[in-house]
Design a protein around this ligand. Structure first.
Ligand code: FAD
Length: 187
């Protein structure tokens, strides 16, 4: 997978099959279209100059939403209907599957309050990562510094990814945050 981060947009490139590639664009500007975005990504535009579109361009709104309650009586919400994280996190589906497992556990216990608590806990990490990425998107100088720091310390990037995927202990998170802070100050 490739992610290209321009001034006004991010482009995601993922393989679909041997002869098909998915290119997705995320931007703060709701009027931005692929045609205009190519100017932000000359390298990517060059790769794709002979490619033919296999589908029409489609768009959707992405927002961060948090609901106070995700169940009432014997109704429960899961997935984007229960609140969502910004698409920049790439976490929407993963979060939905984790919520589904938590909901199944609660149903087994015969009460939904534990689902509410698990739902809140599951949202915390992607929510924080989303805010951080949107901050980097808003401030180009901050972004350049952060990316330079991560390029200089690929292990730190791997640690951040591990933390983002949720498999990190508090000690690991604290050590990674310290290392990130140091790299940020010195890069
Ligand atoms: C631009 C963008 C990029 C994203 N990138 C990623 C990514 O890289 N990785 C990732 O994991 N997630 C990503 N996401 C998030 C992911 O798409 C969502 O989290 C996921 O689709 C949520 O699934 P869902 O089933 O809860 O809701 P949805 O996929 O929204 O499904 C809800 C369905 O219900 C239908 N519906 C709505 N109202 C009614 C009604 N009244 N009656 C009948 N049907 C109805 C809708 O038409 C829709 O088909 C991205 C989102 C966006 C917008």
């Amino acid at each position: 997978m490739e992610i290209h981060w321009g001034q006004k947009a991010q482009a995601y490139v993922t393989p679909l099959s041997n002869d098909e590639t998915c290119v997705a664009l995320i931007s703060r500007d709701p009027r931005m279209r692929l045609e205009e975005a190519w100017r932000e990504f000359p390298k990517l535009a060059n790769y794709l100059r002979h490619a033919e579109p296999s589908s029409t361009e489609r768009g959707a709104v992405t927002v961060t939403r948090r609901l106070r309650q995700v169940y009432r009586g014997n109704f429960a919400l899961a997935g984007d209907a229960s609140g969502s994280v910004d698409a920049v996190t790439g976490e929407g589906l993963c979060l939905s599957f984790r919520q589904a497992i938590a909901l199944a556990d609660s149903l087994e216990k015969g009460e939904l309050q534990s689902y509410q608590l698990a739902h809140r806990r599951l949202a915390r990490r992607p929510d924080t990562v989303g805010r951080l990425l949107l901050l980097l998107d808003r401030y180009p100088s901050l972004r350049r510094r952060a990316l330079r720091g991560l390029a200089e310390d690929p292990q730190l990037f791997a640690r951040l990814l591990a933390a983002h995927l949720g498999g990190a202990s508090p000690k690991f998170l604290a050590a990674t945050s310290l290392r990130l802070g140091w790299q940020f100050l010195t890069s």
